[in-house]
Design a protein. Structure first.
Length: 133
């Protein structure tokens, strides 16, 4: 069994097309990953359980969400893993999701890439995996 190094968490199945762009990059680079759809608004306990199960196997988390885009911030508040937020375009062209992600309070860091830019999220995650200590 391959150990997942990157987790892609979508807030909704409607975010799948953005996640698929990240997956293509990860596969092209041979990076292990797993994907989940977890609504932080409807299933906060599912998110908590999932974060607990991946704490020893995942190095970086990519969180893909639109609208209020609470998912990346909630994940960042509950883990010490790097979290990359990907805002998804929607009613306000994704500006609402982008602002939600970049305006996290101190102590809740979320790296954010461009709207719908799953590719850059994957590339940033790969670079994080390659950091030498």
């Amino acid at each position: 069994m391959t150990v997942a190094k990157i987790a892609l968490i979508m807030g909704s199945e409607s975010d799948r097309s953005v996640a698929d762009r990240a997956v293509k990059v990860l596969e092209r680079h041979g990076v292990a990953y797993e994907t989940r759809v977890i609504s932080v608004h409807r299933e906060p306990e599912v998110l908590d359980r999932y974060l607990d199960t991946i704490k020893d196997t995942v190095t970086v988390i990519i969180a893909i969400a639109g609208l209020s885009a609470a998912l990346p911030g909630m994940i960042a508040a509950k883990t010490d893993k790097p979290v990359i937020g990907v805002p998804v375009s929607g009613r306000l062209l994704g500006i609402d999701a982008l602002l939600s992600m970049v305006q996290m309070p101190s102590g809740v860091p979320v790296a954010v890439v461009g709207i719908d830019n799953g590719e850059n999220a994957a590339l940033l995650a790969i670079r994080m995996l390659n950091i030498k200590r």
